[in-house]
Design a protein around this ligand. Structure first.
Ligand code: AHR
Length: 671
């Protein structure tokens, strides 16, 4: 199947499926005449809510890793892209003339084959002002007064040269400069620090050469000094902070389709992403040329953000790590290449070795590598995913082999399997039937659907088998226009519908163990897929309304599920209201989530048996907007943002009014 046809296929499958139900559009609801009456027995615990309930899904899509979370500013720093000079310019070089050459550079292959294949050979003619300029990922963001750390490997093979490293703004004004004389004919790392005198959103790195001679260069790198936790050559702190603020229960990585690759050779191989950063072999990113509407020929994976860094980030933000591995099936939307069953061993070993890398003693092969990389303590891996969005008998056949091997050696590790790319239909039904039969532990479901679908599916898990596999709602997002349409927006309509749906996830916390919105990050100029939870440019980032919905749910999850009903039925859209109730035992609070998807103010009262409210006050946190098309933006990053107020109750029941189109969290201390 042609990759271009994914959205089309999705649209056709989604729109024609008989499971789609016609329900009321909340905008056209009749004004409710009376307040809703909700009932909760606060002593009757339905089940525990898993600490993993609300997590995050990270994939290197939309320049989420290179050009995003990974703070390296130089694109193609090692000249390893398919076009080795991509991202680099030689503005003053006149390579095609015999006269007056200021100098020129050519990529050269190392004599010995290795993962780092190329270096740059630069011939410099005296005083002619030869320069090499790197454009960065859609430019480079420079903050005024912040230190930037430059490094390069270089060797002078003849003559003598000095590198004048310069940070330029978009008009080529020099913001910072530092000089590095190159000495000696052996490869050596040179470093410099630069502090820009002004801010630039689309700056550049320029290396001006002085002198005459031949100099070889490799791994030309530039990082801001304000990385997450101040780790040198680390991650963008503002982006990690946004993730940390979600208080995610888990971090799923590294995807997504990039796990599978277009072909097996191009799949994500975690072992190639650990160890010394400069020894990690570059790989084309699967999203490079995937979307005809947003081609990204300069999209590669340097793996500066590799598996060690993912585990470390998960630990930093208090999330349980959830790596997903290739199961020997290339993306079925692309080549669908399969590893023959008698050649599957290396894939299975990758999974076993990964568990050793994460949890093994420092005396084990892979545990030692983790320790050598700076983390002797285990990463406490508890779950692993087998395949991303696979379907059909070929998947089940391979899953069985992985399951046997993983549980044979590590019975305590929970395996996440998958029910394919769609939330219903033939592939989905087949996958579920087989996985149920195999007593799979956790099954991953994906849904990229209309806001209406989300509103209508708040009861999706009410009828799931309580004794069957647990659910990982691993990728979901409401699509404002159509599945994977480039015109999709992270608007309030979508966020509100997701919130209504999420009450259904939470209400079914006895079977739904993990959930995550997808995709997570998008560069405002480098994206391939929209909508996305967090948008960023070279200097700034903001959370979408969908982000604040996720944050509200994750920050107020509670640990025990209660039943909240209206006339004995779950609150799933009657009068446009959706509700859940949980207990947060640590805070000694009852937590109610009430989503008002209707266009009207709504009143309700909650009558409780069992534990009672400790007083007459509560805290109401509200995320609301009257305009369903409203979005957040760089100009207005908190246009849709939660507000908090104290509420007072009178009488025995707690009565409240919530504003139209709102997501509300009510916290009440209990006694
Ligand atoms: O989230 C974008 C893509 O959607 C993921 O890579 C894939 O798993 C799904 O099809």
């Amino acid at each position: 199947m042609k990759n271009k046809s994914i959205p089309f296929l999705l649209t056709v499958l989604f729109c024609s499926h008989p499971l789609l139900k016609a329900t009321t559009n909340p905008d056209s609801l009749v004004l409710p005449v009376k307040a809703s009456q909700f009932t909760v027995n606060t002593d009757q615990i339905v089940s525990a809510v898993q600490p993993t309930m609300y997590g995050i899904f990270f994939e290197d899509i939309n320049f989420g890793a290179d050009g995003g979370l990974y703070a390296e500013l130089v694109k193609n720093r090692s000249f390893e892209f398919d076009a080795p000079m991509m991202g680099w310019e030689q503005p003053e070089s006149d390579r095609f003339s015999m006269n007056d050459k200021s100098g020129f550079a050519v990529p050269v292959k190392y004599a010995e084959a290795g993962v780092n294949k190329n270096y740059l050979n630069v011939k410099v003619n005296a005083d002619k002002g030869y320069r090499l300029v790197n454009e960065g990922f859609k430019g480079m963001g420079f903050k005024q007064g912040l230190r930037y750390d430059f490094s390069v490997f270089a060797k002078q093979t003849s003559g003598g040269t000095t590198l004048h490293v310069e940070l330029l703004d978009e008009n080529n004004k020099v913001l910072a400069t530092s000089s590095i004389p190159i000495s000696g004919g052996n490869w050596k790392e040179y470093t410099a620090s630069l502090t820009p005198s002004a801010k630039a959103m689309k700056g550049k790195l320029s290396i001006r050469f002085e002198g005459k001679g031949v100099v070889d260069l490799d791994v030309i790198s530039l990082f801001p000094n304000d990385t997450w936790k101040g780790r040198p050559k680390g991650l963008r702190a503002d982006l990690v902070q946004l993730l940390a603020d979600l208080k995610p229960g888990f971090l799923r990585f590294p995807g997504g389709c990039i796990v599978e690759g277009r072909t097996l050779a191009l799949r994500y191989q975690w072992k190639k992403t650990v160890g010394k950063v400069n020894d990690r072999e570059l790989l084309i990113n699967r999203w490079n040329n995937e979307c005809a509407h947003r081609p990204a020929p300069d999209y590669f994976q340097t793996f500066g953000l590799g598996f060690f860094e993912y585990f470390q980030m998960a630990e930093d933000i208090g999330a349980s790590p959830l790596p997903i591995l290739s199961c020997g099936m290339a993306c079925q939307f692309n080549t669908a290449e399969l590893v023959p069953m008698d050649e599957i061993d290396p894939y299975v070993h990758d999974a076993l070795d990964l568990i050793e890398f994460a949890n093994g003693p420092v005396t084990s092969t892979w545990g030692k590598l983790r320790s050598d990389m700076g983390h002797p303590a285990p990463f406490n891996l508890k779950m692993i995913g087998v395949g991303n969005e696979q379907w059909g008998p070929e998947y089940i056949e391979r899953y069985k082999v992985f399951e046997k091997a993983i549980h044979g050696k590590y019975p305590e590790i929970k395996i996440v399997s998958g029910a394919g790319p769609f939330p219903e239909g033939e592939m989905f039904e087949y996958g579920w039937e087989e996985l149920k039969e195999l007593k799979a532990e956790i099954v991953d479901e994906h849904y990229y659907r209309s806001p209406q679908w989300f509103l209508e599916n708040a009861n999706r898990y009410d009828s799931y088998d309580r004794k069957g596999p647990k659910i990982f709602a691993g990728e979901y997002a409401a699509q404002s226009v159509a599945i994977a349409s480039p015109d999709n927006r992270n608007n309030w309509d979508c966020a509100l519908a997701e919130a209504a749906f999420m009450t259904g996830l939470e209400r079914n916390a006895d079977v739904v163990y993990l959930t995550s919105y997808a995709p997570l990050l998008a560069h405002s100029e480098g994206w391939q897929w929209t909508p996305d939870l967090i948008w960023f440019n070279n200097l700034e980032a903001y959370g979408t309304p969908n982000y604040y919905v996720q944050k509200l749910f994750a920050n107020h999850v509670g640990n025990q599920l209660l039943k909240i009903t209206e006339e004995g039925k779950p609150v799933i859209g009657q009068s446009g209201l959706y509700a859940t109730a949980t207990i947060d035992e640590k805070a000694k609070e009852l937590v109610f989530k009430i989503v008002n998807a209707s266009a009207f103010e709504q009143s309700f009262s909650i009558s409780m048996t069992g534990k009672k409210a400790a007083g007459t006050k509560g805290k109401l946190i509200t995320l609301a907007n009257n305009d369903k098309n409203a979005v957040n933006s760089f100009e207005s990053p908190k246009g849709i943002y939660p507000t908090e107020k104290e509420v007072n109750f009178t009488g025995k029941e707690m009565s409240l009014t919530v504003v139209p189109k709102s997501v509300n969290v009510l916290r009440v201390a209990y006694k």
